[in-house]
Design a protein around this ligand. Sequence first.
Ligand code: ZN
Length: 650
Amino acid sequence: MRKDSAGLITLVAIGLFVTSSVIAGIRVMPVPETPKVLVNQVGYWPDMEKVFIFQANDQSVVAGAVFDVVNVNGTVILQDQPMTYDGLLWHNHYASGNFTSIVAPGTYEVVVRGGGAAWRSPRFAINDGVYDILFERAVEFYYYQRCGYAPTEIVPGYVGHLICHADDGYWVDEAGAVHWKNMSGGWHDAGDYGKYMESEYNTQYTVYALAYAYETCKEIFNGLESKYDTAAPDIVDETVWGAQYLQKVIVPDSLGDARVLCNIFRREKGRFDRMGYWGVPWADTDNVANTSDDRMAASLFISDGDTWAEHHEYSICFVNSAEAMMVAAALAKAAWIEKDFPYWNDEPYNATNLVANATALHDSHVGLIINATYAVNRSQDWSTLWTTLDCITELARWANYTHDDAAWNRYIMESNTLRTRLINRMDTNSSSVWTNIHDTVMALFHHDAVVNGSVGTDLVDLIGRYTNETIIPAANSTDNVFKFYKSNTWIEDPPGTWYFYEYYFHYWGHNWATSTAAAVAMLGYNMSGNQELKLRAADNVVHWMLGRNPLDLCQVESLGTHNLPIYHHRYASIPGNPRGASPGCIPNGIARAPPIETGNWWQVEDLPWYDMRSPIPGFVELGDFRSNEPYITDNAGFLIGLATFIKYWD
Ligand SMILES: [Zn+2]
């Protein structure tokens, strides 16, 4: 790598190669100062469009530059190729070059030359199986996140941990009585050791996404080496692991209906203390069941006073319908892939029992959503409608499989009334549903394909309108050289004045939304044949995620050349893991700089930002949670986005 006067800054930005003593405490952001040749650091399929982006803060560097592509042996494959100047964005000048003509399998670098200097890209591969490793790592991430388990070093260089939180189990019923049951298992989430259920995007969404990815790209997963648990593909083991936990957090309420407990949190001296522990996971509790340090199920309102979680439909101890229906959807879908393998037939979490759990949750919650004459309760919000549709689609498939005609007929009535309601209500420009809209589209598509046997023309039309009004214009705005999916929202500022705000970066990184936007683009491509959608899906779910972004970061830990120097993860306490890294981890993603004092996120300039602090020995100062947190939803969204992308690529 070229060294120059800005060398220190360069090294900080790729902090993996820097000892913390050199740069302790320095925070460098938003964007590396030296010119960068940005590529997908994992690589490209031979038949893909291949475009690299050159980034420099001085336009004179960009003007007149040309590029070569060399292979790993130093052989020049393309020479003196012209680049296109793409303009100014985020205080940088951009140019791009196209090397689509290279299709021979191999390992390559792009070299940009100008003014007597040269800048090299990270190495990347071109071959047909280049993305298979993404699936492998994205699943292994969950293995390393397992709670109540002792993950071993299945990915070289990434230590696991000793068994932890084997004593999870207190819960409180509606009358305030305390009970204990075995609730070990599941996954550590959000950079801490908590286990979350109170959003439909929590643990239940991950189980659903794992099952979805396997079902969608079965051949690829079947071809990967099995490294843990049974001889079934690891993604099936991981799905079953998650389903087992979902099953454990189902309890009967005082009337005997099936309910789902909220999150599992630690306590200190009898009080909730969710964030108070920074040590290794196995020393958080004594791992002895039914002793005073055992963690307890609770709503975020009870543990932290989060007022959004104050009002629950059934009781503060149980999640709402949206979250419970997503649990049911995940269980029934997990059962669908579990049934094809013999390993769990005699376990309490076999496919038959998981479907029974899902059915009980459906029956216990559907009454508030759809009434006896199959009308949708209009006070139910968007989250409940799409998760319920996912649940009913999965249960309908099981009813068909078991020839249960009565159940099938009921599910058909329920799912079609939900479908009508969702399609009629879907406003493609409504910011209120911007996170849910991709999953709603996926739920509708899956429903039509599985239950109706074909995708309805009204849904085809809706997906076409949605992609034409959102994904394509966002990608085509003249300054968007990365074709990065833009979001929008309504902002009230000053109070009483609302305006529509379109942006690149939010307070939070949104890798899960970037990924699922690509999934919807791919569905749109599949239905319309519009090549633009296929290209934009690739730009987001693979190129942006894997390094062709303004920070030159491969956002799948352990792959590519430049990963995050530090995560916001308590695993940084584990000896041998100073970066708090789980292989395959997809962090929240590129956010914008933090608001100053009492300011609001949208008042900060819309620039890409990642926290690049390095760990200081003896002092756990972790990367910023808004960008660097391993939120399990990001890996789930990525599995959905990538699986859909691969399935419909042709
Ligand atoms: Zn644990």
